[in-house]
Design a protein around this ligand. Structure first.
Ligand code: GCW
Length: 719
């Protein structure tokens, strides 16, 4: 090839490749991209902050310092100069132990900040202002620094700040359902980032530091590294060592590690005769184990336990109680200030309504647990469905601290294929009024120390993180990790505020993008509810994969409470689960006036109607529609929503990088296809009971019921 042709070819290749590289983003940087801001913002921020003084020492302060240096140079385009005396334009970060902060007389305000809160304030000095981030601890400084960075990333004004921030919950945790063999239970973003990793230490360390920064940026301060369906081996010396290595990387970001433990461990790995919580040998075994852990991980957070639930071993195996089991661990770990999170996710097949079981099993133990035990309760009484009422344990258990467990991973909301922004769902629970102490006794207030003044307050979210390049499979699933952290810090934030922050940081400030995308996000969870389980329906999915619709499932020999027909109870008469006083009476577990409200179909919120009532197909809703018609309209509405999301998204091409744009576009196609699958399956199946036709103005289903029943869902494409 002659020179000229070679050159031509070179330019041709460059022309083709350049835009791709410039415009490609993998999503691996999450919301911490730190790309240059607009000239205008750069100028504004550079005027406000031109130097840095750090009055503090230790690894956590170092993290804060390196983060602001990195963010500043990325966002503003020049390095942040370090100074040893504050002058106009200095960002001063420090604790009250240091003179530079003490001189500012902030101590009465710092008293409000507790262990992890902070103050951020502009203070005038000769020639201008300084911006101060002050806290009682290094952790507070780290969170304050990330707050400032977020304000710059989202284009906020930082000229006259006067902020006091205190987290609502003390422990803000992620729960990884990661198995030691590297698989992730209900994980849809690849294998575990923690276990069974072939990569070398440096690669892993880089990834873990990124993980720690992302969590610290939203205030998460603890992480459980292994599945609640726990392998006893987690407690062997080999795994304690692995835990210790990860803890070392997390520590500079104020993140503690916690472990899920298997209650049969003393017998399985300790070779004891049994694991009976009252057996003195068992007591001793746990004490020694705890000692071994703390020798390697002095700030180890504590244990998470799933006992006597879904086949996991526990105290019932020896005729003992949850209290016996939890207190055994609590006493062993108390000298080291560790905690025990004991899960209330329990149910047994039988005559009793599954939704009543956790309450029945745990209420008698109120006040019987050691003070370092907190009972971890899923947001709803059944199991992370797209919509459930809040668990009646909230507000009811007074003397024992409770923590909410949310599911960030989308087990029942379309895996990592569906765009479902879950903040609105979590807010629905947190803001729900339990009425335990009259109006305004929200779930949030019953768990954050406001109504019941427990010192131990916490919240947990089941992580959606895996080895995928973008961490969460769907780019929008990152917003759920982000939103969970923000709500754990402050449950009063609105879902819209959080969505807007995330979009601005993750994609662009361009309102032509931010506005429609925020609208899509805000609507998205309700759309999923509508095309999967509208009007209070629940548990209609395939019994093993939990993804697609299988409302027809009948499996001989399988536990009846695992099958959809147990929950929808469709018959030629009607549909829904009767949990009223004339049915299972699950309503009695709620406080007045909720129980009366739920008990009457005329006052029961329509979006929970079939959760609490079994109603005839001709039952008239407030809108005047019959129940059958209303079900049809809801399913169709869900599908129409996601079609609209697709259209809106298609119009945004060119505003953001091509890679993420098209990856999301593809996922939206999958979502629409699956929404139609759900709609057709549920409507055609329920129609075999109702015998009624689909309202005339709605389009006809595109599937045939027999064909739908034959679909064998293949999990391998979804892990
Ligand atoms: O939602 C169900 C899941 C199980 C899970 C269980 C639990 C970890 O289907 O996979 O097991 O809940 O929360 O314990």
């Amino acid at each position: 090839m002659d020179m000229k042709r070679r050159l031509n070819l070179f330019f041709l290749v460059m022309i083709l490749i350049l835009p791709l590289t410039v415009l490609a983003e993998t999503g691996e940087n999450l919301w911490l991209r730190y790309l240059p801001l607009s000239n205008q913002l750069q100028q504004k921020y550079a005027e406000g902050i031109s130097s840095l003084m750090v009055a503090g020492e230790g690894a956590i302060v170092k993290s804060a310092e390196s983060e602001i240096m990195m963010a500043y140079s990325g966002l503003i385009g020049k390095p942040l100069r370090k100074v040893t005396k504050p002058v106009a334009g200095t960002l001063l970060i420090g604790t009250d132990q240091h003179r530079a902060i003490r001189d500012l007389n902030l101590s009465s305000e710092l008293e409000k900040c507790g262990d992890e809160g902070y103050i951020m304030r502009s203070v005038s000095v000769k020639g201008g202002n300084i911006l101060v981030i002050a806290a009682n601890s290094n952790a507070g400084l780290l969170y304050g620094t990330f707050d400032l960075i977020r304000r710059m990333q989202t284009g906020d004004d930082i000229a006259q700040l006067n902020v006091v921030e205190v987290p609502r919950y003390n422990l803000r945790l992620l729960n990884h359902w990661d198995n030691l063999n590297g698989t992730v239970e209900r994980g849809y973003a690849g294998h575990s980032i923690w276990w069974n990793r072939p990569e070398n230490e440096t690669v892993l360390k880089n990834q873990y530091v990124y993980y720690a920064r992302a969590n610290a940026s939203v205030g998460i301060n603890g992480t459980v590294l292994n599945n609640v369906n726990a392998a006893p081996e987690a407690l062997t010396a080999e795994y304690i060592e692995k835990y210790a290595r990860i803890a070392e990387i997390m520590r500079p970001y104020n993140i503690k590690v916690y472990m899920s433990v298997n209650m049969a461990s003393p017998a399985v790995i300790g070779k004891l005769k049994n694991s009976d919580p009252l057996n003195p040998d068992v007591v001793k075994w746990w004490e020694e184990k705890v000692k071994e852990i703390y020798a390697r991980i002095p700030d180890f957070g504590g244990f998470l336990v799933k006992a006597n639930s879904e086949g996991q071993p526990g105290p019932h195996d020896y005729g003992r109680t949850h209290v016996d089991g939890a207190n055994l661990l609590a006493k062993a770990i108390k000298p080291y200030k560790g905690v025990v999170m004991w899960r209330a996710f329990v149910y047994e097949p039988g005559q009793e309504d599954r939704a009543r079981q956790a309450y029945n099993e745990f209420m008698p133990f109120d006040g019987k647990f050691e003070d370092n035990v907190i009972v971890q309760v899923k947001n709803g009484p059944v199991d992370f469905q797209p919509r459930e009422p809040f668990s009646p344990l909230f507000g009811a258990m007074e003397k024992t601290p409770l923590m909410v467990e949310f599911q960030i991973t989308q087990e029942y909301l379309g895996f990592s294929n569906h765009l479902a922004y879950l903040s609105t769902m979590w807010k629905e629970t947190l803001d729900a009024d339990t009425w335990c102490k009259g109006a305004g006794s929200t779930v949030a207030k019953t768990t954050d120390g406001t109504i019941y003044p427990h010192k131990l307050t916490a919240i947990a979210g089941v992580a959606n993180i895996g080895r995928d390049v973008n961490w969460t499979g769907h780019h929008f699933a990152q917003s759920n990790w982000y939103a969970y952290g923000r709500l754990a810090w402050n449950h009063q934030l609105s879902s819209e505020t959080i969505a807007n922050e995330w979009i601005n940081m993750t994609f662009t400030h361009d309102q032509a993008f931010v506005k429609p995308v925020s609208e899509i996000m805000m609507r998205s969870r309700e759309s999923v509810v509508n095309y999967m389980t509208p009007l209070g329906l629940h548990h209609l999915m395939g019994w093993s994969h939990h993804h697609g619709p299988e409302p027809w499932t009948e499996i001989p020999g399988a536990r009846p409470d695992w099958l959809p027909s147990y929950y929808h109870k469709a018959s030629s008469f009607g549909i829904g689960f009767n949990r009223t006083t004339k049915g299972s009476n699950a309503v009695e577990q709620y406080f007045s006036p909720l129980k009366e409200l739920y008990n009457d179909p005329n006052t029961c919120p329509e979006n929970l109607l079939l959760w609490f009532h079994h109603l005839p197909w001709d039952y008239r809703l407030q809108s005047g529609k019959t129940l059958w018609d209303a079900i049809c309209y809801k399913y169709y509405e869900g599908v129409e929503d996601v079609r609209l999301f697709q259209k809106k998204w298609d119009m945004l091409e060119g505003i953001i990088d091509a890679q993420r744009f098209s990856e999301i576009q593809y996922k939206m196609k999958v979502q629409t296809r699956e929404a139609i699958w759900w709609r057709d399956a549920c409507i055609l199946y329920f129609q075999t009971f109702s015998g009624k036709s689909i309202p005339f103005e709605l389009e006809r289903p595109i599937h045939d019921l027999d064909e739908l029943k034959k679909i064998k869902f293949d999990m391998t494409h979804h892990n």
